[in-house]
Design a binder for this molecule. Structure first.
Ligand SMILES: NC(=O)c1ccc[n+]([C@@H]2O[C@H](COP(=O)([O-])OP(=O)(O)OC[C@H]3O[C@@H](n4cnc5c(N)ncnc54)[C@H](OP(=O)(O)O)[C@@H]3O)[C@@H](O)[C@H]2O)c1
Length: 305
């Protein structure tokens, strides 16, 4: 496994220097999601034409309907691939590989694949996609910091207590703004072909320490409680979550968040020439999300990895 970024010598200049070598249209898959929205917004801000692809886009893109794929890829110079719900689900690596092959056949020059660290299926997908699209760039990410503000960890935090079966393990939570900036660099600039950018934050924290950071930033009384896996899955079942979501979360807390990913990397700096954003900076930026008075609001994408 790479420690930071491999097989390329990416430029140390940020895309925000304004030097964009690819002027063609970029297709962003999962463009209404956490990473894709950020990638698409950054491309827009740079003046790069973007096709935002998802089941609610026009034209519609659906991973489960291959007839929807060509219109989104034909004529694009680059594609950002965030598979949903997760590369760990059965058949996902093969599905992503079929899309990579189609993109290659249609002449798409750059493909950036979002994956997770320490995930067997994600790493299998990386290899399969490399066979279909040798110049692909991988963004192999740590647990997203934004899981605390835009995903399944938010609702319990808004009730004051986050209980997870993670013990004392530490995780170098990565800021999705960093991930998106690296993605845009790889989608629009030379020097990232074939690279595996292993992206983490600069500090590895326990979940208890992370929650303490959120509490300090938002001035809200937030508590972290370590629980067992059995207690966790029972609580998920009590919430009435669908079985596949429970399975995905069980997988996350047994095979992904098991301490293997504790080590930090310098992948963000290697890719875009600046250090990764610290968790505290993320917590301060998003503090209003957990602030006293912030309400539970129904929203898409809360449950998932
Ligand atoms: N969470 C983490 O900590 C973490 C860490 C490393 C890697 N990852 C990887 O991140 C990926 C998810 O990316 P994300 O968090 O940016 O996305 P996300 O926030 O989960 O959003 C999912 C996106 O995919 C779209 N989508 C869902 N089902 C679809 C379907 N059947 N066909 C087409 N589009 C579909 C959704 O839009 P519509 O609903 O409009 O279709 C949405 O735009 C997963 O592969 C996961 O393994 C996550």
């Amino acid at each position: 496994m790479s420690t930071q970024s491999t097989r390329s010598t990416p430029s140390t200049r940020s895309v925000h220097d304004g030097v964009v070598t690819g002027r063609g249209t970029v297709t962003v898959l999962g463009a209404t999601g956490r990473s894709g929205r950020r990638v698409a917004d950054r491309l827009d801000a740079l003046g790069v034409p973007v096709r935002r692809a998802s089941r609610t886009g026009t034209p519609r893109f659906d991973w489960d309907d291959e007839s929807t794929w060509p219109p989104l890829l034909d004529g694009a110079s680059a594609v950002y691939v965030a598979y949903a719900p997760d590369l760990a689900i059965p058949g996902a690596p093969e599905t992503v590989t079929r899309l990579a092959r189609l993109a290659h056949d249609l002449g798409v020059r750059r493909l950036v694949l979002l994956t997770g660290r320490g995930e067997t299926e994600a790493q299998r997908a990386e290899q399969l996609v490399a066979d279909a699209f040798p110049d692909r760039t991988v963004l192999r990410c740590a647990f997203f910091a934004q899981n605390f503000s835009e995903s399944f960890l938010l609702d319990p935090l808004l009730e004051g207590t986050l209980a997870l079966p993670v013990g004392e393990l530490t995780e170098p939570f990565v800021d999705l703004e960093d991930v998106a900036e690296v993605a845009v660099a790889a989608l629009t600039r030379d020097g990232h072909a074939g690279a595996v950018h292993e992206l983490t934050g600069p500090r590895s924290l326990t979940f208890a320490a992370a929650v303490a950071e959120l509490a300090a930033a938002s001035r809200r009384d937030l508590t972290f409680v370590p629980i067992t896996l059995d207690e966790f899955t029972t609580a998920l079942a009590d919430l009435g979550l669908p079985g596949d979501v429970v399975d995905l979360l069980r997988y996350l807390f047994t095979e992904v968040l098991d301490g293997r990913g504790s080590r930090t990397t310098d992948g963000v700096r290697a890719a875009i020439g600046r250090g990764a954003t610290d968790f505290r900076e993320y917590a301060v930026r998003d503090a209003a999300v957990w602030a006293p008075g912030a309400q539970l609001v129904p929203g898409p994408g809360r449950v998932g990895s």
